[in-house]
Structures are given as C-alpha cells and as structure tokens.
Ligand binder design. Structure first.
Ligand SMILES: *[C@@H]1O[C@H](CO)[C@@H](O)[C@H](O)[C@H]1NC(C)=O
Ligand SMILES: *[C@@H]1O[C@H](CO)[C@@H](O)[C@H](O)[C@H]1NC(C)=O
Length: 347
C-alpha cells in the first residue's frame, strides 16, 4: 500500500513540474510575441496574404448591409478582400469611413493607432451642404471616394456608356407635361422657390411626401409618361449630380430640366443637347414659355433624344457598385498620400 502511494505522489510532483514548465514557456512566448507585435505584425500579415488587399468597411453605410466580394463587373474586385469585421483593423490595408456614420463625434473613428501603411479612405455621396463636421477629418485621411470627379476613387451616381452600333432609341409614349418628385420640401431652398415661381406659368405634377403619392414600383411607368422631368438638386455644388438626373430623367426617358451646378459643369458629364438648364432662361416664366413651345413642336422636342443613338445612360447608385470601385483605386493609389483638409476641397 505505502510504496504505491509514495510512487503516486512522486508522479504528481513530476506532473506539476511539467505543467509549470509548460505554462512558463507559453507565458514567455506570449509576452515575447506581444512585445514585438506592434512593429512586426502588420508587415508580417501583409506579406502572408500575398498581394491580397484587405479593405475594411468601418461601418455599413447608413447601416445598410449588402453582399461584399460579389462585384458586378468580373475581375473588378480581384486581389481584394472586403470585410466589415473590425477584427481586421490591425491587418487591413485600407479602412473606408462613410462620412455620415462617423461625423457625429471623433470617438466614432478608430481609437487605436493606425498600423503603418494603412490608408484611410473618406467616402461620401452627400453634398457639402449636408456633410457636417468635415473638420474632424483634418490630417486623418489619405484618399477620397465621392461623386466629385477629382476624387481618388470616383463614385458617381450614374454615367454614360458608348453604344457599339447606333441605336434608334424609342421615346416612351408621352401623355403628360412635367413632373417633379421631391421628398425633402424646404421652403427656403432655391429649388422650392424656383418651382413656386415656375408653377405660376405652367402645369407641374409634384410627387413626394407632402404631394401626390408615387409608389416606388410604379415610378418608371409614371415618370416616363412625362415630357419633362425636373432634376432639381437639394443643393448646388460642383459635380453633385444625383439619381434625380441619372435615374429619374435619363433612365426613365424624360427630358431633364436641371437646377443644380452650372450648365458648364453638367456638360462635363452629359451632352449639351440632352438637357435643359434653368440658367438658360432669364426667369422661370422664360423656361415655362420654352417648355410650352417644345410641347407643341414634336420635332424640336425629339432633338433632346438624338444623343441616345451613340450613348446610353447608366444609373447605378447601389452601395456594392460604389465600394467595388475601391479595389482598383486602392491598388493604383500612391504609396504615400495625405489629405490635410477636406473642408477646403469639398465645397
Ligand atoms: C434607325 O432609323 C432610321 C430612320 O428611321 C433607319 O434608317 C435606320 O436603319 C434605323 N437604325 C437601326 C439601328 O434600327
Ligand atoms: C495617411 O495619412 C496619415 C495622416 O496624414 C499619414 O500619417 C500616413 O502616413 C498616411 N499613410 C499613407 C499610406 O499615405
């Protein structure tokens, strides 16, 4: 009995000794790794991933989730891995910040030091009038991603595509004169004031929250019946051309009447004979008179569709399309770039 119990307790000592040794070894290794990790970890993992660029979405834009890593144009996301999991922060090559999700307070930005070489990308599709606290971003941002054509990553609301062969565009059947869809009715805005003056001289059907209802599903059917669509932007800024032009007017086959940035600015994106601009007329009455003339003159009205033989418009404002553009943009980005002040650029 006795020798056996002695031998058991001896085994116990050996076991405890072994455990302590093992534990010390693990602890020592752990401390060592941790001590060196701030210096070596990012580079180590970048090389491990063999040229795959990890792109972290710091937030889902406005909380909207969508499928990542399934870009519409094949190859567009080749060599990139998109994720919205913040556990990738330390190893991401780029982090995209959607302005409106982080602009409330600085605490919404990462509180840990940025790993060396990581790009911070500022993403915004709202106009400067609706982009508060731009100053937060001073000396933080490396690359811009927006509707502004001089962004590092250009994400417009729509664009034109060349037709391979000339097309005979079929103008949708027109039975009505002019429509405007407005959800945010601000009486002091330029567009509402212009509308109120214009409405004294012509019939305009207004849809939206405080007006005629327009079910989303029936939008195209409804708008395409109108000869003219008022693409009135909520604020006037260079390149700020939204789905009010690309989808509501061009995609639905109505002639756009534009209130936004200058005619010259629009002509950088669409043909000069594809739209009517409020600045073409000395007054709202002048515009109303012109639209009435076109209404009676089929041939002149149809000239606004001639450009569609060679070009077609594409309206695509899905989050996936915008974010997919970041892959190529980041792969081509300079190794070092800073954006000291967004406020002075985003006007
Ligand atoms: C377009 O219409 C014109 C004139 O009606 C016709 O001569 C031409 O062949 C048509 N082109 C196509 C691509 O259908
Ligand atoms: C990004 O910008 C920050 C702040 O200006 C700068 O410290 C950092 O070196 C830049 N990184 C790159 C990759 O350009």
């Amino acid at each position: 009995m006795k020798p056996e119990s002695q031998s058991t307790s001896c085994h116990k000592y050996v076991l405890v000794f072994l455990l302590i040794t093992l534990f010390s070894f693990i602890l020592f290794t752990y401390i060592n790794i941790n001590r060196s990790s701030p210096d070596i970890e990012p580079t180590l993992i970048f090389t491990m991933k063999e040229g795959i660029m990890t792109i972290l979405l710091w937030t889902w834009p406005f909380g909207d989730r969508f499928t990542l890593n399934h870009c519409e144009n094949s190859g567009e996301d080749q060599g990139c891995f998109f994720t919205a999991d913040r556990n990738y922060y330390l190893t991401a090559n780029a982090v995209i910040f959607h302005h409106r999700d982080v602009c409330q307070s600085k605490s919404q930005m990462p509180q840990i030091t940025r790993p060396p070489g990581q790009y911070w990308v500022w993403f915004n599709l709202e106009s400067p009038s609706h982009s508060p606290n731009l100053g937060f971003m001073d000396n933080l941002i490396n690359l811009t991603m927006s509707y502004r054509s001089d962004s590092d990553i250009f994400t417009p609301y729509g664009w034109l595509v060349k037709n391979n062969i000339n097309q005979n565009f079929t103008i949708p059947k027109k039975t009505l004169l002019a429509a405007w869809v407005v959800s945010n009715w601000n009486p002091s805005s330029k567009r509402v004031q212009y509308y109120q003056e214009l409405n004294k001289h012509m019939q305009i059907d207004v849809y939206g929250r405080q007006h005629k209802t327009l079910p989303h599903a029936g939008m195209q059917d409804t708008i395409s019946k109108y000869k003219f669509y008022f693409s009135f932007e909520n604020s006037q800024h260079r390149d700020y051309i939204t789905e009010k032009l690309w989808r509501n007017a061009l995609a639905f086959g109505a002639v756009p009447v534009i209130l936004g940035s200058t005619r010259e600015n629009y002509e950088r994106f669409i043909p000069r004979d594809s739209f009517i601009h409020v600045d073409d007329f000395p007054s709202p009455k002048g515009l109303a008179d012109y639209l009435h003339e076109l209404d009676k003159d089929k041939e002149r009205y149809e000239r606004y569709f001639k450009w569609r033989a060679k070009l077609r418009s594409k309206s695509d404002n899905s989050w996936a399309t915008h974010y997919c553009k970041a892959c190529k943009g980041l792969k081509e980005a300079p190794a070092y770039r800073t954006m000291p002040s967004l406020v002075t650029w985003y006007t």
